[in-house]
Design a protein around this ligand. Structure first.
Ligand SMILES: [Zn+2]
Length: 261
């Protein structure tokens, strides 16, 4: 199976103990992110019994796999026990937000089409119909460079985490400490993943912009058009779903309280 080609790997190996998120944390983060990301999820969304839209993407635990990995593929996001045990809950929300973002941005489908354009008739051909059924159509301005796609997933994933009330600066700080905490992390400065310095700079800027927007009562969404909701729910509806209390939690002391006049 050529599926491995399409996996979006976040890390390999592990040592560390800074976080120790649990299966319960994963379930909570899954419920949080599937709710706030619904306007982005297109065909990967459905109405629940209460008539609220949420993404259908399941967050699956892959148990112990001997390495710390997270990935998104065929409409599912997954994480191994090794990575889960390394992360704080805020970091877990950023990591799973990243994987969910790959799915709602259609990156897997985009990459498979790229591969097939370069090598028609490759085995990935059989995957194309499956992926087209289980993917959101990628935006026409999706960057061709996989490293730029990773940064897009970091950006939108951190925004998802923040909209659900997870601290965006703590989530962004994952990139400051990942290389120390997770063995094998340095290998990510490769052809497919930006190095951690670049990812930390991007995530920190995203967190700052998120909290500036939240403090000004503006939607804390990414600036790039390709990262905004494009499907089914209008942006006005997505705006109405914003939860000010969650945004305040996401920004800690960075979001000033309303003062009585
Ligand atoms: Zn990725």
């Amino acid at each position: 199976m050529r599926a491995r080609l399409l996996l979006t790997l976040l890390s390999a190996g592990l040592v560390a103990t800074a976080g120790a998120a649990t299966q319960q944390d994963l379930a909570r983060v899954e419920a949080d992110l599937r709710r706030v990301a619904a306007p982005w999820c297109g065909r990967l969304a459905e109405l629940d019994a209460q008539g609220r839209r949420h993404c259908t993407v399941p967050f699956e635990s892959f148990g112990s796999a001997g390495a710390g990995n997270a990935f998104a593929f065929l409409g599912k996001a997954g994480i191994t026990d090794e990575l889960l045990a390394t992360l704080s809950v805020d970091e877990l929300a950023a990591v799973m937000g990243h994987e969910l973002a790959h799915l709602v941005l259609g990156h897997g489908l985009f990459r498979l089409r790229q591969q097939l354009a370069a090598a028609p008739g490759a085995p990935g051909n059989q995957l194309l119909p499956l992926l087209e059924q289980s993917s959101v159509e990628p935006h026409s301005q999706t960057p061709a460079d996989p490293r730029a796609q990773e940064l897009d997933a970091d950006t939108l994933g951190l925004v998802f985490a923040g909209m659900a009330g997870h601290d965006v600066h703590r989530g962004a700080a994952l990139w400051r400490t990942a290389a120390r905490r997770v063995s094998g992390w340095a290998a990510h400065g490769s052809a497919t993943h930006p190095d951690t310095v670049r990812r930390l700079a991007n995530a920190t800027a995203v967190a700052d912009a998120f909290c500036r927007a939240a403090a000004a009562s503006r939607p804390p969404w990414p600036a790039a058009e390709r990262l905004l909701p494009a499907y089914e729910l209008s942006r006005d509806e997505a705006r109405q779903q914003l939860d000010r209390a969650a945004l305040a939690r996401a920004c800690g002391s960075a979001l000033p309280r309303k003062t009585a006049s």
